[in-house]
Write a protein that binds this ligand. Structure first.
Ligand code: FAD
Ligand code: NAD
Length: 405
């Protein structure tokens, strides 16, 4: 009898968790499992703010996919997915095509620029290893160039961060630790450097615990960050940005580096493949399948899963993507054994920890508020835990964060 073919697109948190769970749940004779990813490595998206600021080398945030999968059970294909043809049960890749019986789309998200002029062209993002490496190098270039010019351009040393969500704040935490090192390395006066965070909402980290938000703001201000709250980025240019508060006329802020960290949307393949989506995210059923398609799962940042208590989608997080990967694997294992009783996904939110640099953080873990060293310790526990869930102790020993005290 022909074995069913399970294809997983994306080896991020959701896709890799699906693959390593499936390889435990499904026998070699039960199914063919194929994992497709554009790179031969997985990167820890949740560590990219460190690679972007230059506080952690980009090689530390990635590892070989082949090292964590069971190659007897999972075939790895390095290729880029272009489109899904759900009627013909086929995925178009850049170099080939692949048919499936069951498909898991776990391609993550993309930066949401809301159509704001100039952002795609001139702002840097924190989305993957390439963008993080480029941002780190760009900031270093600005510092290296400053003293080379007779007519000093102080705006070279101005860095604007758009968005004070978790990504923006975590990046600022790393950046404020890195800037004194850069000043020392490139003989630049620290007082010439400006770090500005622009946030459209009336507060930093909208929706998060106000006491912890105040802690984060005062720690970052102490390290030199200027916050422009209730102020939106309206345009990005090669020279900087235009911002406006409410209905005020936009004003220019000149800056050599603009970082856009103000939101994510689903992978563009979702819309290209004709799925009904909201900002590139497909509202999935409780068993994580796409409505109307019994063999098609979407998980992670390209999916939208409703929190029924508040009737709003859960935020796109690694925590949820990994848990979805586990449920998705269980459900596919059930389907190939002709079972119809599938698991209903129920997120088990253990908490949220937001780093403010290597040595500081804020968080709520199991309902308990944490700040400072305790929260920073917890952040490293969370980071190590995600390695453990994918690759067990060997991966933690290889890539883990042990500078915990
Ligand atoms: P990803 O982990 O992004 O993986 C997608 C994979 O698909 C990647 O391997 C990518 O290379 C691959 N891919 C993309 N397009 C293609 C294609 N066309 N063809 C083939 N392969 C493709 N969440 C938390 O819970 N806790 C945190 O502390 C946290 N910190 C974060 C810090 C930062 C700086 C950022 C940016 C996000 C953070 N998040 C955090 C959010 C979290 O990273 C995402 O929600 C999570 O990565 C989503 O997982 P995913 O599996 O959907 O996608
Ligand atoms: P986000 O959507 O959570 O935050 C974006 C911020 O940008 C918002 O505060 C928004 O008001 C602001 N913004 C939007 N348009 C703007 C404009 N024109 N000008 C200025 N500000 C503007 O995005 P994010 O921070 O990238 O987070 C994405 C997801 O990843 C979230 O679900 C988040 O929970 C998760 N994440 C979690 C962690 C963590 O747990 N430590 C870290 C990073 C990201």
């Amino acid at each position: 009898m022909r074995k069913p073919k399970i294809v997983i697109l994306g080896a991020g948190y959701g896709g890799l968790m699906t693959a390593v769970s499936l390889q435990k749940l499904v026998g070699q004779n039960e199914a063919d499992i194929v994992l497709v990813n554009k790179n031969d490595y997985h990167y820890e998206t949740t560590w990219l703010h460190e690679a972007s600021a230059g506080t952690l080398h980009h090689d530390r945030v990635r590892y070989e996919i082949r090292d964590v999968i069971d190659r007897n059970k999972v075939e790895f294909v390095q290729d880029t997915a272009v489109q899904v043809n759900k009627e013909e049960k086929k995925v178009i890749l850049e170099k080939s095509e692949i048919n499936y019986d069951y498909l898991v789309i776990a391609l993550g998200g993309e930066s949401e620029t809301f159509g704001i002029k100039g952002l795609k062209e001139y702002a840097f993002g924190i989305s993957n290893v390439n963008s993080s490496r480029q941002l780190r190098e760009h900031i270093e270039y600005q510092f290296a160039t400053y003293n080379m010019e007779e007519d000093k351009k102080d705006e070279r040393l101005s860095i604007v961060v758009g968005g004070a969500g978790f990504t923006g704040i975590e990046f600022l935490g790393e950046l404020t630790n890195r800037v004194p090192e850069l000043c020392h390395e490139y003989d630049v006066d620290f007082h010439k450097v400006k770090i500005i965070c622009v946030e459209a909402a009336p507060t930093v980290l909208p929706g998060f615990d106000p006491e912890l938000v105040n802690y984060a703001v005062s720690q970052l201000e102490r390290k030199g960050v200027e916050f422009l709250i209730g102020t939106a980025i309206k345009e990005c240019t090669p020279e900087g940005i235009f911002v406006a508060k409410g209905e005020d006329e936009p004003r220019e802020i000149k800056a050599g580096t603009v970082v856009w960290a103000a939101g994510v949307r689903g992978n563009s393949i979702i819309e290209k493949s004709g799925f009904e989506a909201m900002r590139g995210r497909v509202k999935v059923e409780k068993d994580l399948r796409v409505p109307g398609f019994d063999n098609l799962f979407i998980i992670g940042d390209s999916s939208l899963f409703i929190n029924e208590e508040i009737n709003r989608p859960y935020p796109p997080t690694a925590q949820i993507a990994m848990q979805q990967g586990q449920t998705c694997a269980k459900n596919i294992a059930a389907l190939i054994r002709n079972k119809t009783d599938l698991d209903q996904f129920k997120p088990d939110i253990k908490g949220t920890v937001c780093s403010l640099g290597e040595d500081d953080a804020i968080g709520v873990v199991y309902g308990k508020k944490l700040t400072g060293a305790k929260a920073a310790f917890m952040k490293k526990v969370v980071d190590n835990r995600s390695l453990f869930m994918i690759g067990g102790v060997p991966l933690v020993l290889k890539k883990g964060k042990f500078n915990i005290f």
